[in-house]
Each structure stands twice: as structure tokens, then as C-alpha cells.
Design a protein around this ligand. Structure first.
Ligand code: THU
Length: 150
């Protein structure tokens, strides 16, 4: 495995449209994340989160965080998103974004990185404050299903 992004990943020096990152409506995806963030149930942390992702068949799935009086069982926005993915027909995530109350981009927590890895793999494009990066850079040396089969 490599830590370098895939060929043509950052768009530098590539023609418009030749890069998978450029073909994604990131602003539209961020808006869907902001919209679903308004449905978050976060009375304990007061930290609502919204997430949105593109699926390989063109669908968009979203999720918001849902907290609990038993703090430790809070569901991250990504948990809802992954449930929505499977509940709406499954598929593979291709692009992901996550925002907080102010619309600032958020990095997924450790557990959610694992969820995203399972459902998007190393090439899932992740919207970060330092630009769009592949999941392989967000969760290097990931544990995955192939490790179970060795
Ligand atoms: N949270 C998410 O929804 N996603 C993340 O990746 C980070 C944390 C939520 C969980 C909790 O409801 C609140 O943010 C504060 O940690």
C-alpha cells in the first residue's frame, strides 16, 4: 500500500474533467450535510454534526449525530449515514463530507474512519480542511475485511 494519492488526484496539471475530484459537486454535497445537520439530536454536547456522501450509483446519503443520556452510546453522523446507505439499497461510497454547526469541515472520528473504510475503501474521496484526500490517507494501514481471510 502507498500513502501517495492516486494519479491525477489533486488536479494539479491535469485537464478539467480528467480528475475524479473535479467531477463531484462538493458544494452541493456540503449543503446536504449542513441541511441534515439541522436534524441532529445533540442536547448533551451541543455539537450538531451533518454528513453527506455520494454513492457509486449517484445516490446521496446523509446522516446526523444522535446523542443519548448514556453519553457513550451517542451515534455519530457517520453512523446514521452508513445505516442510510444500507437501508436505501447499499453500494459503495465515492465521496464524503462532514460539517459542524458553523459549516466547518470535520474529520471523522476513529471509529467512523473504520466505518467509512468498510463502505468506501481506500479510494473514497474525503473532503478535508487541507483539501480532498483519499481514504487511504485518512486511515493509513487500515484493518479491513481482507485481513480476516489471511
Ligand atoms: N461526532 C460525529 O457525529 N462525528 C464525528 O466524526 C465526530 C463526533 C459527534 C458525536 C457527538 O454527538 C458530538 O459530535 C461531539 O463529540
Amino acid at each position: 500500500m502507498t500513502d501517495s494519492p492516486p494519479e491525477g488526484f489533486d488536479g494539479a496539471g491535469t485537464g478539467a474533467g480528467s480528475n475524479p475530484v473535479d467531477s463531484i459537486d462538493w458544494e452541493g454535497l456540503r449543503k446536504q450535510a449542513r441541511d441534515i445537520m439541522s436534524r441532529a439530536y445533540a442536547p448533551y454536547s451541543h455539537f450538531p454534526v451533518g454528513a453527506a456522501a455520494l454513492v457509486d450509483d449517484g445516490r446521496v446519503v446523509v446522516g446526523c449525530n444522535v446523542e443519548n443520556a448514556a453519553y457513550g452510546v451517542a451515534l455519530c453522523a457517520e453512523c446514521g449515514l452508513i445505516s442510510a446507505l444500507h437501508a436505501s439499497g447499499g453500494g459503495k461510497l465515492t465521496a464524503f463530507t462532514c460539517v459542524d454547526l458553523r459549516g466547518n469541515l470535520l474529520m471523522p472520528c476513529g471509529r467512523c474512519r473504520q466505518l467509512l473504510w468498510e463502505n468506501g475503501g481506500p479510494d473514497l474521496l474525503v473532503d478535508t480542511a487541507r483539501g480532498v484526500v483519499p481514504m487511504s490517507a485518512v486511515l493509513p494501514d487500515a484493518f479491513g475485511s481482507e485481513d480476516l481471510n489471511r
